[in-house]
Design a protein around this ligand. Structure first.
Ligand SMILES: Cc1ncc(COP(=O)(O)O)c(C=O)c1O
Ligand SMILES: N[C@@H](CCCC[NH3+])C(=O)O
Length: 421
């Protein structure tokens, strides 16, 4: 359940009519619901309430400072994958000892920044990274907690571009080599081995791959302990999927996911960390857009809207589906017709949906792309020199712009033309 509901014939975000946001902020614009974010975060905490745990919000899914502050104030940790994400988490007030640093290509300056600012743990993804981190720690006179990300060679059964747990993916070290890599980690100065990390992919709609991966992690943890490694934490990654179609059967709930964790690794007595992103923020956000033109083509009718692939890349990049709904509720039983919903960018790939069944719409009508809170604004660009899409947070009957749309002057002001040209 989210907090985007029709009331008095119009789609609302909590108690705010979306037309009110569009008229004050313009469109396209992302709109997030604080109540949905809070509710979804609570579901993960509840799912792990049987053990010591930290829910580390995956900052890559939505890195808006206000969203991070809301999560952090609720007690969330953060999973970051770059210096920029680390800086955002800190700027949102999250203490370093609640931040885990993942990612295959951490640079020395990024690692130094996190050591200086405080870090809960580095999730190491390769031996070269492990050695570089050790050398850096020695040079700084520091010791940092680390987990090693293992690649369990499990098929996550998700889109190939977002699967990360197969042996041909770039992520983690092969679980078959874990014992020797942990032995080296334990011998390196500056590193304190505390845990095992795994993340097998995103938008998983079946619990079986999680179960398979976590069973392998449990087996590894036992073997590592037998060798004398003090494994006290398990970082089990993120990846729980969300329903992108209202009419689809819903993927498993956080509580069911928590049960799988309990059944697979619950007896090890480890502190559990998880890194959900999409499941917390995906259905806490919509992209609000306005129809610019209705173009009656020869073969089909096009709704040309003011959002484009640069604002919401998922359909163009993964062929992803986002339900498109009119903001003004159609009368029950109103006839629908198929529209191709497209943006203004000069690529045929700038198509959100072909043959979307919608009631008759005219220029100026508002529509909403649902389930757009995760991997929406964070993947936006200024392609075609379109201003970066703004973001709004709603709480109850009020809202605030949490990232403003840049003016053309601001956009131009970022470039410079060398004097010698
Ligand atoms: C290491 C890591 N943790 C967490 C996540 C968050 O995944 P999701 O948004 O699917 O929960 C990702 C993305 O797949 C990831 O790469
Ligand atoms: N960007 C992807 C998710 C990537 C997850 C990253 N580990 C999406 O939009 O679905």
């Amino acid at each position: 359940m989210d907090h985007f509901l029709y009331r008095n014939g119009e789609l609302h975000a909590e108690d705010v009519p979306l037309s009110c946001i569009a008229s004050q902020v313009g469109s396209p614009v992302y709109v997030y619901s604080a109540a949905t974010l809070t509710r979804h975060f609570g579901l993960f905490r509840q799912a792990l309430d049987w053990t010591e745990h930290l829910v580390c919000f995956a900052v890559k899914s939505n890195s808006n400072l206000a969203v991070l502050k809301l999560m952090g104030d609720l007690g969330a940790g953060m999973d970051v994958v770059s210096g920029g994400e680390y800086a955002r988490a800190k700027a949102a007030g999250v203490p370093g000892d609640r931040i885990v640093f993942s990612g295959v290509g951490k640079t020395i300056p990024e690692m130094r920044m996190a050591i200086e600012g405080g870090i809960r743990q580095f999730n190491i993804e390769s031996e070269p990274e492990m050695r570089a981190l050790s050398a850096l720690c020695v040079s700084m006179g520091a010791t940092v907690p680390v987990a090693i990300r293992v690649n369990p060679d499990v098929d996550a059964k998700t889109h190939e571009k977002i699967a990360t747990g197969k042996s041909d993916n770039k992520f983690g070290i092969p679980i078959s080599r874990a014992m020797e890599v942990y032995a080296e980690a334990a011998s390196l100065p500056g590193l304190r081995v505390v845990g095992v990390d795994v993340h097998i992919g995103s938008q998983l709609t079946d619990l079986a791959p999680f179960r398979a991966a976590y069973l392998k992690v449990a087996e590894l943890t036992r073997a590592l302990r037998a060798e004398g490694h003090a494994i006290t934490r398990l970082d089990l990654g993120g990846g729980l999927g969300i329903p992108y179609r209202r009419d689809n059967s819903a993927p498993p709930l956080p509580i069911e996911y928590g049960q799988v964790i309990r059944e697979t690794v619950g007896d090890l007595g480890c502190e559990i960390e998880i890194e959900p992103g999409r499941n917390i923020v995906g259905n806490a956000g919509i992209l609000l857009s306005r129809v610019i033109y209705v173009k009656n083509g020869e073969a089909r009718d096009f709704l040309i809207v003011d959002a484009a692939m640069n604002d919401l890349l998922r359909p163009a990049m993964y062929g992803a589906h986002h339900d498109i709904v009119p903001v003004m509720e159609a009368a029950v039983g109103a006839p629908v017709r198929p529209y191709d919903v497209v943006g203004p960018v000069c690529e045929s790939g700038d198509t959100f949906q072909k043959g979307a069944d919608l009631p008759a719409l005219s220029a100026g009508a508002l529509i909403a792309f649902r389930s757009a809170g995760a991997y929406g604004a964070v993947m936006a660009s200024e392609y075609n020199s379109r201003p970066l899409v703004p973001e709004v947070l709603v709480q109850g009957d009020h809202f605030a712009v949490i990232r403003a749309r840049p003016t053309y002057d601001e956009m131009l002001g970022r470039d410079s033309i060398p004097a010698w040209l």
